[in-house]
Design a protein around this ligand. Structure first.
Ligand SMILES: NC(=O)C1=CN([C@@H]2O[C@H](COP(=O)(O)OP(=O)(O)OC[C@H]3O[C@@H](n4cnc5c(N)ncnc54)[C@H](OP(=O)(O)O)[C@@H]3O)[C@@H](O)[C@H]2O)C=CC1
Ligand SMILES: O=C1O[C@H](COP(=O)(O)O)[C@@H](O)[C@H](O)[C@H]1O
Length: 511
């Protein structure tokens, strides 16, 4: 791999500490960084190189999935890090930085490949891009790339404006928009699972699928992010990006051996086929919620408007459930229910595919226990694929008994989302990054919801912390004859797992 200079804006920030340094370290240990790799960390505060390196080491010890034990490797890794003061608005800071970077590139006599990672607030993106361009930092003799974090805009208009400002200095191929859900190992498997397993591929459409449910529930509240979150809400923080990306990754129908361009094209097709909501329809398709006081794991927690720095009269959304439809050959008629919320009963990100029930009653069997077939992708906190089937109860031949086929991979050895994504960006592979057209189409779909919220056309349901959200979200499915799977059925499911462990040798297991 060619030499790379990694220029990190926001090197003293929370994201760098919790995600970026551990990801780089794990890539280094896995020998996925080039031999010649240097990091210029940037921020306004004064820091010496040794102090900066000590901070990086602290972050590895706190947040890396691998224990830092090998001193020799650690010293080698640390040797790549230096820190420079740069205020994003000070043009002369960029010039000084350019001189330093050029000097170093000359020392190792290599082509200049520069990756600019903007781990700073989005209000700085445009200024930084312009200054990179103006200072000459963007004139690399090799490649240059820009990695940016969400939020990408506040609505459709601001996202477009932001994109224009980045285009001054970077082409679309050079921009890598991070959506960390796309880096999650299970999400990266969805397309491969579909394409390489005829049993899945054959069933992947409206002939066999009754509905699809995509959930990302969290138990945490707003935490220390009041300033950002009270302006964003669940719709911007999670739905417009992560949730719609999950929908795209699940529903694309791609040929085998797809290139990243194919994946992006297919995702765009899905977004273009989404039935557009009008502001007036939002109320019947979207449930808006905000958590009130309640309990998480038995511990009392305050409601959203009593959280520090949240205005008492805030009508910000901390929960959203929506019903979507994709009007294309494969998905016409299949409802997609998507929800995400804070201060929910459990932390769980999962996709549940509920299959249709075309089979006639099998003669003589008591079908009271019969359940629809379900295919479940658990994305986090654990990774698991499970298939729910019906079989004969060996103890009572007249009865149907649910059976559960389960594949579980230990998270411990899996790379983290940021590791996957930063590794891909260093290699120039943009498959698991959000293309501008997807981002624009996502904002376009969400825009009527933002407007309806703004004009108070959608009621704000207060739900108790530690529950499954407002009952209106259950009604969204009930009116179509469905329910959210696993909200009420936790015990039932645990029971099945335990029972099936005893049958493990008899049951087929997806491995
Ligand atoms: N933290 C997280 O988990 C996540 C964060 N993000 C996004 O990542 C970005 C960074 O977030 P986070 O690390 O939490 O933010 P922090 O507030 O923790 O860090 C902000 C960083 O920006 C630097 N900075 C601020 N103003 C300037 C300036 N004028 N010139 C130069 N540097 C400046 C700060 O350095 P200094 O004070 O030294 O100038 C600091 O390093 C944001 O866009 C956020 O939305 C996205 C997903 C998750
Ligand atoms: O991007 C964000 O994601 C996290 C949830 O991520 P997960 O990987 O833990 O599911 C969320 O807490 C945060 O509000 C949001 O900005």
């Amino acid at each position: 791999m060619e030499a790379i200079t990694f220029v990190l804006f926001g090197a003293t920030g929370d994201l760098a500490k919790r995600k970026i340094y551990p990801a780089l370290y794990n890539l280094f240990i896995d020998q996925k960084l080039p031999e010649s790799f240097s990091v210029f960390g940037l921020g306004r505060r004064e820091l010496s190189d040794p102090d900066f390196q000590a901070n990086v080491e602290k972050s590895l010890r706190m947040f890396s999935r691998r224990k830092v034990i090998d001193q020799e490797n650690l010293q080698k890794f640390m040797g790549a890090f230096r820190y420079r003061v740069l205020d994003v608005g000070h043009k002369e800071d960029y010039k000084t930085l350019l001189q330093e970077i050029e000097q170093q590139e000359q020392e190792i006599q290599t082509k200049s490949n520069r990756m600019f990672y903007l781990s700073v607030g989005p209000q700085f993106f445009g200024t930084i891009a312009a200054n990179i361009q103006e200072s000459g930092l963007g004139r690399a003799s090799g490649w240059k790339r820009l990695v940016i974090e969400k939020p990408f805009g506040h609505d459709l208009a601001s996202a477009r404006e932001l994109n224009e400002s980045l285009s001054i200095a970077f082409t679309e191929e050079e921009i890598f928009r991070i959506d960390h859900y796309l880096g999650k190992p299970m999400v990266q498997k969805l397309e491969v699972l579909q394409n390489n397993n005829p049993v899945f591929k054959a069933l992947w459409d409206n002939r066999y699928i009754a509905n699809i449910q995509i959930t990302s529930n969290e138990t945490v509240g707003v935490e220390e992010r009041a300033g950002y979150y009270d302006q964003a809400g669940a719709v911007r923080d999670m739905f417009q990006n992560h949730m719609l990306q999950l929908l795209m990754m699940l529903t694309t129908h791609s040929p085998n051996n797809t290139t990243n361009d194919d994946v992006r094209k297919k995702k765009k097709i899905v977004m273009n086929s989404l039935e557009q909501l009008h502001k007036e329809d939002v109320k019947s398709h979207v449930v808006r919620g905000q958590y009130g006081a309640g309990a998480i794991d038995g511990n009392p927690v305050v409601g959203y408007t009593s959280e520090p720095n949240i205005p008492e009269d805030s009508s910000n959304d901390t929960f959203i459930a929506a019903k979507l439809k994709i009007d294309d050959y494969f998905w016409r008629g299949v409802p997609f229910y998507i929800r995400t919320g804070k201060r929910m009963k459990e932390k769980s990100t999962r996709i549940v595919i509920e299959f249709k029930e075309p089979l006639k009653k099998s003669g003589g069997t008591n079908e009271e226990n019969k359940k629809p077939n379900l295919l479940v992708f658990e994305i986090s906190p654990d990774e698991r694929i499970s298939l729910h089937l019906n079989t004969r109860d060996p103890l009572n031949k007249e009865k149907i008994k649910p059976m559960y086929i389960d594949f579980h991979e230990s998270q411990a050895n899996l790379p983290e989302a940021y590791e996957n994504l930063i590794g891909d960006a260093l290699h120039g592979d943009s498959t698991f990054f959000a293309h501008w057209e997807e981002v624009e189409l996502s904002w376009q779909w969400v825009q009527p919801i933002l407007e309806a919220y703004n004009e108070n056309l959608v009621p704000l349901h207060i739900y108790a912390a530690g529950t499954n959200g407002p009952s209106a979200s259950d009604e969204l499915l009930e009116q179509d004859g469905y329910h959210w799977w696993f909200d009420q059925e936790e015990e039932h499911r645990t029971e099945i797992i335990e029972e099936d462990l005893s049958l493990a040798t008899k049951s087929p297991v997806l491995q």
